[in-house]
Design a protein around this ligand. Structure first.
Ligand SMILES: [Zn+2]
Ligand SMILES: [Zn+2]
Length: 469
């Protein structure tokens, strides 16, 4: 489909159409002091009319392709029901045994918590902390906060705690990784199915259902809609804003219009409020994430440095009849390919080598694109940024597999699997690359093209005026 570049695009998988909101006639020349009918794209800062998508549709930024909001029928009651189901399943999922491996008369079983305690007992404190937070603590905080928030919204109540709790929820969404842990369980099962008998217990069913529920919640929770609900029920700051200063005659972006787009709740506020709390969510307002480029460079360089020991040192040790055999990530992948397990080898290769390297290289490309002369392939770079932000968490797969194997394959003197030093470095790489993607502000890439697009805007605006009756 085609549409004017500033129109809001509403698309679904099957069909798509554009809503002509005549942005140049309304946004650009008569923006009122209350900006609730407007929004800006979080990835490119393009100023847009707010549009409500019909059921089954999404609102998409016409410039960079970012999905701005989705439409769901009765999202609050759905999320409330799902969070109750998730909280009921949480303890069984964490405490009940997942499965038992039996081999040569020896057997070992594990639940999620035991797999983490094993890292701690072997002095891998950072790895155990990272797995504990991402697989146990953060999923519980997510379920509890969203249960409390939806409960209060459903009852039309609005305690002041809703704003900080929803901010916490949105921040931790990135760091809760139980779906990656579930993939780790599947990889472990496939890896050991040839050498051990596997008995499945109720824990694995509870954990799988918990993963499905948390995925459903994260799909349904639309941050714009939830912030709007929180604001509508009395927490919004209805104070009159100071007049907005227009920096250019025909501004395209929120920044050019003298507005700030809140990173957390996406509300527009006057640029004069920079450095103060957002009227809607309370997060500190910045025109762009502070020191975004320098911080991201520092984190990318840190992760590149840790990537070397993560791949060169052994990550896992298999003791067979008292003889230790240490293997690196690459050794493990080669072993899978040589034994014919191509699918698992490919998954481990993708998660452990391809994803971290791709993230580092991709972020370097994005960081170099913040220079003024790099104005090409902006849409592709926006897609690259979103892909990097999406894939970051999946690198934890190998760590989760080792967590499970070290508990499940513990047959005393006969054979056992232990964690080796590269696990710590690998966890550093995952954490640093995730922080790097979160610190980077994708709008900085688009800032480089203002002058070029601005002139194009003026040409288009002139054409539109000529065509008008
Ligand atoms: Zn955009
Ligand atoms: Zn905000």
């Amino acid at each position: 489909m085609t549409n004017n570049r500033d129109d809001v695009t509403i698309i679904s998988e099957k069909q798509s159409f554009a809503v002509n909101l005549s942005p140049r006639n309304s946004i650009l020349h008569s923006l009122p002091n209350s900006f609730d009918h407007y929004t800006a794209c979080p990835d490119c800062d393009l100023l847009l009319h707010k549009a409500e998508a019909p059921a089954g549709y999404s609102v998409v930024c016409p410039r960079c392709g970012k999905t701005l909001s989705r439409s769901t029928v009765a999202p609050i009651s759905k999320v409330l029901a799902l969070s109750i189901a998730g909280l009921i399943l949480y303890l069984p999922a964490m405490l009940l045994p997942l499965m038992t491996f039996t081999s040569f008369g020896f057997s070992g079983s594990a639940n999620i918590l035991e797999s983490i305690l094993n890292f701690y007992r072997n002095d891998y404190y950072f790895v155990s902390l990272m797995v504990l937070l991402s697989a146990v603590v953060f999923p519980l905080i997510l379920l509890t906060t969203i249960f409390y928030i939806t409960c209060q919204l459903q009852r039309k109540r609005n305690p002041s705690s809703l704003r900080p709790l929803f901010r916490l929820h949105l921040y931790l969404e990135e760091w809760a990784m139980i779906e990656v842990y579930l993939l780790g369980i599947l990889v472990t099962i496939i890896k050991m199915s040839g050498t051990s008998n596997i008995d499945y217990h109720s824990g694995i069913l509870c954990f799988s259902c918990l993963v499905l529920i948390t995925l459903a919640i994260s799909t349904i929770v639309d941050r714009d809609l939830f912030w709007q609900e929180i604001e509508d029920q009395g927490l919004g700051n209805n104070a009159e804003f100071p007049p907005v200063q227009e920096h250019l005659q025909t501004p395209r972006t929120a920044a050019e219009k003298g507005l700030i787009h809140c990173h957390t709740c996406h509300k527009l506020s006057p640029a004069s409020l920079a450095g103060t709390g957002c009227p809607r969510c309370g997060a500190i307002l910045h025109q762009r994430k502070p020191y975004s480029v320098i911080r991201t460079w520092a984190l990318v360089i840190t992760s590149a440095i840790f990537l070397a020991p993560a791949n060169l040192l052994p990550i896992m040790e298999v003791d067979f009849l008292g003889i230790p055999d240490r293997s690196t990530i690459v050794d493990g992948i080669i072993h899978f390919f040589q034994s014919g397990s191509y699918f698992i080898g490919l998954i481990i290769f993708t998660a452990s080598i391809l994803v971290p390297v791709f993230k580092i290289v991709g972020l370097v490309i994005l960081l170099r694109s913040t220079r003024p002369d790099h104005t090409h392939f902006l849409v592709q770079k926006a897609k690259l940024y979103r892909f990097i932000a999406f894939i970051g968490r999946w690198s934890m797969l190998d760590i989760f597999v080792i967590a499970l194997l070290s508990v499940l394959v513990d047959y005393g003197f006969f054979t056992s699997i232990h964690t080796a030093p590269a696990a710590t470095y690998f966890s550093f790489v995952v954490a640093a690359t995730m922080f790097a993607a979160m610190t980077f502000d994708p709008r900085v890439i688009w800032d480089t093209c203002y002058p070029r697009d601005y002139s194009e805007d003026k040409k288009q605006a002139a054409t539109l005026l000529e065509k008008a009756p």
